[in-house]
Design a protein around this ligand. Structure first.
Ligand code: 4AD
Ligand code: MG
Length: 463
């Protein structure tokens, strides 16, 4: 039976006969034998195999064993005299599945820039860095499910195709199967008649599963979503993707305080889990990508997050006397530079900002008694800025209806959402965690496009 390299490196014993399968990372030839390092994706380190010249077909095998070739190696484990490894494999048979021409295979042993690696997204997961990213990403996802499952939350699957703009920011991708060269027009010829489209109305890719998660929370009390969301924001930044994964817990009988506390507990849990399960990968990030990665993780796990109101945040920004690019004024949204000042420079840890002005937040957020602010909260992280956005939801039918009217949201489009306030309404709250942002934060990777296998961004959807 073939075994995974991660397990052999930990538990393999001398004299054991084993088989591994993977891809050659390096080859070194010496007189009478050769070393290859095989990586199977299960860990950063590969297993070193030694091929003796007396192996059948030695010359042919060696010729085909270039970086990138796929192999199966059978042999006996032995203590390794080399430094940096406990054990190595003395090959008794080697099968090359597919060679990789060294003249054309793009991933040679040198360091490649992340920009270049993005142009070979189909191969880049075989590199050390992307390999570590994808394992950490997997560990983050596992931590997220574990966290909520252990608390009895139900994982609900909300639709990807929807007719609503949850965030009201107009960043929607339309989903259609109309003939784009011959679209049906409304009677006055002014616009496309989506009533003749597949769904009988205009449909979009979802920007958030929240509205449907609220539906489910009104039946199961505590639920969470974890799935892809889509935003056509034309922001070519290192923190935005057009397709990203979001985790959205939604809790009935919960207010903004419970919401805020859960967000903190949740982030701490994810960091702790990843440190425990991916120590080698995390060491790598600390050494090669950003030497504050481990200190940051430690800071997240061990310090209480700062809690301030939006109004206090504005005061602090004004008092800082810093020259910001964007204006600081009560009523305006916080920009990334402001968020980063608070989290990175001032408090040097995550900051949870609550009670934003009603004018800059989505329609569903609960109006505070001052009639000027809503029970919103954003978790701001050093280097990343906003990592979580959430709120207590408006559970009062009349207040919600007024709010929608003010924002020109037709009530008939969200009649089912309003029904939740008619039948058994309760205070409830939730938040959304940008999954890639947490992976980025965890690994110290500078660009969000390098923490998802196949990034979708403006002008980028090749793979
Ligand atoms: O703050 P947002 O827009 O909140 C919502 O969508 C709410 N419906 C969530 C809820 O209360 N259930 O987005 C939530 C998070 C942000 O804090 C950010 O981390 C991430 O999603 N995010 C993005 N991540 C990558 N690329 C983008 N374009 C993102 N836009 C938001
Ligand atoms: Mg937000």
């Amino acid at each position: 039976m073939t075994r995974r390299i991660v397990e052999i490196l930990k538990k393999g014993q001398p004299e054991e006969t084993i088989t591994i399968q993977g891809w050659v990372r390096t080859k070194r030839e010496q007189k009478g034998f050769a070393f290859i390092e095989v990586n199977d994706g299960s860990s950063m380190s590969g297993l070193q195999a030694i091929l003796n010249a007396d192996l059948p077909d030695y010359e042919t095998i060696l010729k085909n064993l270039n970086t990138g070739a796929s192999v199966e190696v059978e042999g006996i484990l032995a203590p390794s005299p080399g430094k940096g490894q406990r054990i190595e494999l003395q090959a008794s048979s080697v099968k090359v599945y597919g060679d990789a021409d060294p003249n054309t295979y793009p991933l040679q042993k040198k360091r490649h820039s992340f920009e270049f690696l993005r142009t070979i997204a189909h191969l880049r997961s075989r590199t050390n860095t992307l390999g570590a990213v994808m394992r950490v990403r997997n560990a983050c996802a596992t931590a997220i499910h574990k966290f909520f499952q252990d608390k009895g939350f139900i994982w609900v699957h909300t639709p990807i195709i929807t007719a609503n703009d949850c965030e009201g920011a107009g960043e929607l991708f339309t989903v259609t199967n109309l003939d784009l060269n011959n679209t049906p027009k409304k009677e006055d010829k002014s616009a496309i008649d989506f009533e003749q489209d597949f769904f009988g109305r205009r449909a979009y890719l979802t920007v958030s599963g929240q509205l449907q998660a609220e539906v489910m929370a009104m039946a199961f009390q505590n639920v969470y979503t974890f799935g892809p969301t889509f935003r056509a924001e034309n922001s070519n930044t290192s923190r935005h993707l057009a397709e990203f994964w979001m985790v959205e817990p939604e809790m009935a009988f919960c207010d903004i305080v419970g919401d805020r506390d859960l967000a903190e507990e949740f982030l701490k849990y994810i960091f702790k889990y990843v440190l425990e399960t991916c120590p080698e990968d995390m060491e790598f990030f600390n050494k090669r990508i950003d030497n504050s990665v481990l200190a940051t993780a430690d800071n997240i796990i061990n310090n209480e997050f700062e809690r301030i109101s939006y109004t206090e945040a504005i005061d602090l920004l004004v008092k800082s006397n810093k020259k910001f690019e964007f204006p600081v004024e009560w009523g305006l949204d916080l920009q990334s530079e402001h968020e980063r000042y608070l989290a990175e420079e001032l408090f040097k840890k995550p900051v949870i900002v609550t009670d934003y002005p009603v004018g800059i937040k989505a329609f569903y957020m609960r109006l505070n008694d001052d009639n000027k602010t809503v029970a919103a909260m954003d978790v701001l992280a050093p280097k990343i800025g906003e990592i979580i956005g959430g709120s207590q939801r408006e559970e009062r039918l009349d207040v919600l209806e007024t709010r929608m009217k003010d924002l020109d949201i037709p009530p008939e489009e969200l009649w089912w959402y309003l029904d939740l306030r008619r039948y058994g309404t309760v205070p409830h709250a939730g938040f959304g965690l940008g999954f890639e942002r947490v992976v980025q934060f965890m690994t110290g990777m500078a660009n969000i496009r390098d923490v998802i296998p196949f990034p979708r961004a403006p002008l980028s959807a090749e793979f």
